[in-house]
Ligand binder design. Structure first.
Ligand SMILES: Cc1ncc(COP(=O)(O)O)c(C=O)c1O
Length: 299
């Protein structure tokens, strides 16, 4: 079966750029057998990575937490990533990169000295449509039953897959997760609430993935003087929030406009993206514009 439609034509596998349909790995790869690996998704705009360094630093932290040696330096990663994006035509792309512990006889205890497997592919990256921004997303609240190390960006994603599956089966776009009565995140995005003009962000602990977009949002809010609190956010606060947003590298920031079938927010904003959402979306667009201008100037 051709994998051609699944990604842009050129992939990267263990030091070589190859046609994506020719990228093959061993079934003994521990990534396949155990999900023993980590990944990143890095957005490129105008051929230039948005926060690529921060993604690569998070990759390093994920690898460290699994005791897998990083096969490349930061500069080597940057070079491979840029080459992959260029070979796939430049422009706006989302690069998926994965490092697994490598190929070995099936045994839970990881043998020492394995050569990590490195795979990268890319997909076109397009911004959500204006209509989607205006409509926002519908979410359902679910109990976060994932493991206790959600700060590792692991390829073992069965918890997230089952939660998203449940949300979609319930007719929603995605889920908002709670653990012990407090907000964690969504299946593949961070979640923040807005109350009385203040952005409420769950703490950057082991129960969420420390999102690069979440950090960028905090930075942009700080620069533009939008009040923000990083602290535990209760279920009650989420259910009575004026606004709820998802953030991720591919979605950037998008509003959740219905939660458990009820409109988010009140009065004229009920069930619609709120005023602070539009402001934050504008901050993101300005930031990307600067990035594109820098990329063009460097050419
Ligand atoms: C569970 C989870 N939380 C949050 C995020 C958002 O992270 P980022 O902004 O770095 O894309 C992701 C992205 O894949 C994710 O899988």
């Amino acid at each position: 079966m051709s994998t051609q439609p699944f990604a842009l034509p050129i992939a990267y596998l263990n030091g070589k750029f190859v046609p994506v349909e020719e990228a093959q790995i061993s079934p003994f790869d521990r990534g396949f057998i155990f999900g023993d690996g980590v990944y990143e998704v890095i957005p490129y705009y105008g051929g230039k990575g948005l926060r690529a360094r921060e993604h690569l630093e998070r990759l390093q932290r994920s690898l460290d937490m699994l005791d897998i040696a990083n096969p490349y330096t930061l500069d080597q990663w940057q070079a491979h990533l840029s080459e992959l994006v260029a070979k796939n035509g430049g422009g706006d792309q989302a690069v998926y990169m994965q490092v697994t512990r490598g190929v070995a006889k099936r045994d839970f205890a990881p043998p020492k000295g394995l050569t990590p497997t490195v795979f990268m592919m890319s997909n076109p990256l397009s911004q959500p449509s204006k209509a989607l921004y205006e409509k926002g997303l519908s979410c359902v609240t679910l109990d976060d039953f994932r493991w206790g190390r959600c700060n590792v960006k692991s390829t073992a994603l069965l918890g997230a897959v089952l939660l998203k599956h449940e949300a979609v089966q319930m007719g929603a776009d995605d889920c908002v997760l709670f653990r012990d009565g407090f907000l964690t995140e969504s299946s593949a995005s961070n979640v923040v609430a807005v109350k009385n003009g203040v952005i409420l962000c769950p703490p950057r602990d082991n129960l969420i993935l420390p999102g690069i977009t979440y950090d960028l949002m905090i930075e942009l809010a700080g620069k533009r003087g939008v009040p923000l609190e990083q602290r535990k956010v209760s279920r009650k606060e989420v259910l009575s929030a004026d606004e709820l947003w998802l953030t991720s590298s591919t979605k950037e920031v998008i509003a959740i406009t219905t939660l458990d079938g009820k409109p988010v927010g009140s009065a004229e904003h009920a069930g619609k993206p709120g005023p602070l959402f539009w402001k934050m979306l504008g901050f993101f667009q300005d930031y990307k514009q600067e990035l594109r201008a820098l990329a063009a100037a460097a050419e």
